[in-house]
Design a protein. Structure first.
Length: 109
């Protein structure tokens, strides 16, 4: 049986983020910066965006970003960071349980 959105995965990550004032540094992943930094602006998809460090950096580089996470707490923090950085207009934050989608896809085979 599939775990519905709002299930075990979401509860785990909500508890994780609510239990800490800040989980991540807010800085982009150095590998992302190294690999993507020289590419021209375009669209980006940030799956498991957490508190938004990568999404905010991508948007600051001129990209249009869709950032997804299972935790509404993390998404709220990410949206605040984007607003502070002046790039909120370049990022669409969406809540998705990616574990749920992976299990659903595997059942279709």
């Amino acid at each position: 049986m599939l775990s519905e959105p709002g299930g075990e995965s979401e509860r785990f990550w909500e508890e994780h983020y609510r239990g800490h004032e800040r989980v991540w540094s807010g800085k982009p992943n150095p590998v992302l910066v190294d690999v993507v930094g020289s590419l021209p602006p375009g669209k980006a998809l940030d799956l498991g965006c957490g508190e938004g460090g990568d999404a905010v950096w991508l948007a600051a580089q001129g990209r249009r970003v869709t950032a997804a996470d299972v935790s509404t707490t993390a998404l709220y923090r990410a949206a605040e960071e984007a607003e502070t950085a002046g790039v909120a207009h370049r990022i669409d934050f969406e809540q998705h349980d990616l574990a749920y989608y992976e299990r659903a896809r595997s059942l279709q085979r």
